[in-house]
Design a protein around this ligand. Sequence first.
Ligand SMILES: [Zn+2]
Length: 190
Amino acid sequence: MQVDTGKIQALTRDLLLAIGEDPDREGLKGTPRRVAEALAFLTSGYRADPAKVINNAIFTQEANSMVIVKNIELYSLCEHHMLPFFGRCHIGYLPRGKVFGLSKLARLVDVYARRLQLQERLTEQISQEIMDRIDARGVGVMIEARHLCMMMRGVEKQNSVMVTSSVVGEFRESVATREEFLALIGSRAT
Ligand SMILES: [Zn+2]
């Protein structure tokens, strides 16, 4: 489904009126168009196919030791307020003969982050996608993020970081594997 940018523009104009603004004043003239363009981009994950994003970048590899990709930048929108949350995503997986090309995990994170999200669901979708895509022995995903809906509205919550994790396969079954993952990503949550 394509984004209806015309409708978003009309709605944004109404929204400006509803909050008591004048959509025709100079500074706001281009705002409905800019909001529509920004929203189209920030929700582009709905229209992206994870399989296509990863396509051609899965490689056969004999070594089956744990692969870690740390500090993947993450920007998403919370579905409750449509305000940003942002932070870092850490991914670990145990391959079963197949690994991802280096940049692909970051692309995969973007596909799921560029939607209206809950941090918990985002974390699980990423781990499940990796699991399914390369039939991994196990996957661990941790996201540390700050939510503007909390930070901008409550003084006590300005420094709080929400941490979510999702572990599947051997990461769930084995304490040692989970601990190796947490040690390798240098988590404070160990
Ligand atoms: Zn929120």
